[in-house]
Write a protein that binds this ligand. Structure first.
Ligand code: C5P
Length: 261
């Protein structure tokens, strides 16, 4: 069943008391750690609490595709967050390789352009049960000043909209976006669009404190869900907490409260 249908059925079939399970299907923990051993330890500490894990550049570069297999074998859903951005032929090949790993989501940078996006999309045409292909719009660590430094003289929101329209034309309906652009992307992508949202900081996080780290365009878990996020990606607020399972549980509770009954 496609991810968007699974999410909708998990909410509508879920009575109030089971909203935590629906929230669990929407929380992706970023395994931003330097080794397979550190990843194993983190995943073990979250057993029974979390269902989705994200393998990104740090872990994949250190441990390779082998780090994914045990996660898939244990029934976890995996988002392989390698943000491909290269010429169309190279990205198509990378997408085909990623699709053999048993992961449920992969991604490319929307800034790669229309031909690259179309090549990534068509690379999955012949794959049975393909992973969801997401496009990264503007990184959550980028603000207007950073865009301007790169020669783009308009707001992140406008840039996200331009990139999203380009993705939709290429047939890509899944996005990685900041919490601040979720509502706009939800209306562009429609109810079946998959919106995966990093830059999440729990309600208790101090907006100028160390919990924010390098993220610029942030929101609380509840606000991101209320604005239409399909999935939240959370790294350091869980992985660097003294008790990761407790931190994840608190985030799940915040998400559950914001889910529609
Ligand atoms: O630790 P933190 O919660 O900031 O981690 C966010 C995760 O989401 C990181 O793994 C980062 O690579 C990823 N991400 C992001 N912004 C994007 C896409 C992915 O922060 N636009």
């Amino acid at each position: 069943m496609p991810i968007s249908e699974r999410l909708n059925s998990s909410v509508s079939a879920t009575p109030q008391g089971h909203k935590l399970d629906a929230a669990r299907q929407r929380l992706i923990v970023a395994l931003d750690v330097p080794s397979a051993a550190a990843s194993d330890e983190l995943v073990k500490s979250l057993e029974g609490t979390c269902h989705w894990f994200k393998v990104g550049l740090e872990l994949f570069t250190a441990a390779g595709p082998a780090v994914i297999e045990p996660l898939v074998a244990r029934g976890y859903s995996v988002f392989l967050d390698l943000k491909f951005h290269d010429i169309p032929n190279t990205v198509a090949g990378a997408v085909r390789s990623a699709a053999t790993l048993g992961v449920r989501m992969i991604n490319v940078h929307a800034a790669g352009g229309p031909a690259m996006l179309a090549a990534a999309k068509s690379a999955l045409d012949s794959v049975a049960n393909p992973p969801e292909l997401l496009a990264v719009t503007v990184l959550t660590s980028i603000d207007a000043a950073a865009l301007k430094a790169g020669g783009i003289d308009h707001s992140p929101a406008h840039q996200v909209e331009l990139l999203a329209k380009m993705c939709l034309e290429a047939g890509i309906r899944g996005f990685v976006c900041s919490p601040q652009e979720v509502a706009a992307l939800r209306s562009l992508a429609g109810p079946s669009g998959i919106l995966v949202v990093p830059g999440i900081r729990p309600a208790g996080a101090n907006p100028s404190g160390p919990n924010i780290d390098d993220q610029k365009r942030i929101a609380t878990p509840a606000d991101a869900i209320r604005n239409g996020a399909s999935f939240l990606v959370v790294g350091r607020p869980i992985t660097q907490a003294p008790n990761p399972a407790q931190a994840a549980q608190a985030i799940l509770e915040e998400m559950a409260e914001a889910l529609p009954s």
